[in-house]
Design a protein around this ligand. Structure first.
Ligand code: FRU
Length: 496
């Protein structure tokens, strides 16, 4: 009896504690990135634009703050930055989890799900039966994505494999059919299928294994993107995720097969940091909107253990995509969507600094956007430290002698909540200076740092969990004097 009473009292206290912290004000809570109000999330799913609304479905556990019971949750937005939570879209049922996939607006009612002129939205997802099978299933909505009905004759594509998942669907205008790209994960292969009606699928071709085959392939995304500087010219971008990082290929897709035009000797990644995964691009955007992708900000090596509650994981800033030829490779160029600028507070322009050791900036924040150029001394290691207090900081740096850009979170707050996180602290990539300078566009959102280098030629996304109130910002240069200029700093408002 006594024990029962004690349990009851502690449960009540826990509830009071929960209620006391208002949602979206918790420590580490991103304020201008999407995160679920409560509980676990992973991959973005079903990104589609319909009638002025951007839909974001995502992998979600409605019952807990770790991976499990995979279900499609749903949020909508008018601008990709302010989100409204919607009811659960497609729940796990009868032992079948709802794994990743995409969504289309079936304008011509090819599926026949539309009734009395209502245009159906159709979601194509992987039905996952743990340790048994993965097959492709569909569901439809006749009320703009709010309520969903699973198709009675699911699955629509089943080759009796345990690792066959994550369909990306889009309409191929020339061929006049739907295309599905999905992966044979263990074989490191993307398969392409076609369908006239989203129900009957025919195999077209395979791509891979190629490039990074270090982990199982997941979440393929194929989308057409503009070539920077050549109006009207487009290329096809194929992205895949493998265990904890992503890679991309650029080339042509003729409606049947994908031909990569990049060398595969160096692996090209949409993000060189630790926390960008399963990114997919929006379907059916208006012609005036650039192709836009969103990725999951987390990493399977430690995802379940990150120290956030009552939610876990967030989405990246939506990124506009284009490509550009650099040194004979098509390079993915990414920029945050302009809508994020609506959250900017007042611009603070800081003076040019020549730094020989350390220079604390006269601003402090853990929620800001900052642009700057660095002209590193040829022998220096230089850069910027965020979330700084004493020896605790996040370091963004450039090693000029090695022409190496890096991020380092080994000295940032809590790194010991997971053994893998403790090891995965430094991420680097060789990046050449442009006119002797490095251009950085940094977003820091409490526990997420996203850095767009040289106009988005490379991006780094990293989660950090700094001590509360560590918010100083410091420039540094060792081994020579480096110049920091064009420093534009803006705190960011909350989107929540
Ligand atoms: C990628 C992934 C997908 C799968 C989903 C399950 O992060 O493993 O392959 O569909 O997550 O939640």
């Amino acid at each position: 009896m006594y024990f029962k009473k004690m349990i009851l009292i502690s449960l009540c206290l826990a509830n009071v504690a929960m209620a006391q912290t208002k949602l979206y004000t918790e420590q580490f809570r991103p304020q201008f990135h999407f995160s679920p109000a409560t509980n676990w999330c992973n991959d973005p799913n079903g990104l589609v634009y319909n009638n002025g609304t951007y839909h974001l479905f995502y992998q979600h556990n409605p019952f807990g703050n770790v991976w499990g019971h995979m279900t499609w949750a749903h949020a909508t937005s008018k601008d990709l930055i302010h989100w409204k939570h919607q009811p659960i879209a497609i729940p796990e049922e009868n032992g079948v989890m709802i794994f990743s996939g995409t969504c289309v607006v079936d304008k011509n009612n090819t599926s026949g799900f539309g009734k009395d002129g209502t245009i159906p939205m159709v979601a194509v997802y992987t039905g996952h039966i743990e340790n048994v099978n993965q097959s492709q299933c569909i569901a439809y909505s006749l009320d703009d994505g709010i309520t969903w009905t699973k198709y009675a004759n699911n699955p629509v594509l089943d080759i009796h494999k345990k690792d066959f998942r994550d369909p990306k669907i889009f309409w191929h205008a020339q061929k006049k059919y739907w295309v599905m790209a999905l992966v044979l994960s263990v074989e490191h292969m993307v398969q392409f299928y076609s369908s006239p009606n989203l129900k009957d699928w025919k195999h077209l071709s395979n791509f891979g294994p190629v490039g990074d085959t270090s982990g199982v392939w997941e979440c393929p995304d194929l989308t057409q993107v503009p070539v920077e500087g050549i109006p009207g010219k487009k290329k096809w971008l194929l992205q895949t995720s493998q265990n904890a990082s992503m890679q991309y290929f650029v080339g042509e897709f003729d409606g049947v097969s994908f031909k990569n035009e990049n060398k595969t000797t160096a692996i090209l990644r949409p993000d060189y940091g630790p926390d960008y995964y399963a990114a997919i691009a929006y379907n059916q955007l208006p012609a005036t909107v650039l192709p836009t992708a969103i990725g999951w900000v987390n990493n399977w090596n430690y995802a379940n253990d990150i120290p956030t509650t009552p939610w876990k994981s967030a989405m990246s800033l939506p990124r506009n995509l284009s490509v550009k030829k650099i040194n004979n490779n098509w390079i993915l160029m990414q920029k945050p969507v302009p809508a994020v600028n609506a959250l900017r507070k007042q611009l603070i322009t800081l003076s040019t600094e020549v730094v020989a050791a350390n220079k604390l900036l006269p601003v402090k924040s853990t929620q800001f956007e900052m642009e700057l150029s660095i002209e590193p001394a040829s022998t220096s290691i230089c850069g910027i430290k965020l979330a700084k207090a004493g020896d605790d900081y996040f370091e963004i740096g450039y090693d000029a002698a090695k022409q190496l850009f890096y991020v380092d979170r080994s000295k940032t707050g809590n790194i010991s909540f997971n053994e893998n996180f403790k090891k995965l602290t430094r991420f680097e990539k060789s990046i050449a200076l442009k006119n002797k300078k490095l251009q950085l566009h940094i977003y820091f959102d409490n526990s997420i740092v996203e850095i767009f280098v040289n106009d988005g030629e490379a991006v780094f996304t990293a989660q950090i969990f700094p001590e509360e109130n560590n918010s100083a910002i410091e420039l540094f240069s060792t081994g020579g004097k480096s110049q920091f200029s064009g420093i534009n700093f803006r705190e960011m408002k909350s989107a929540w």
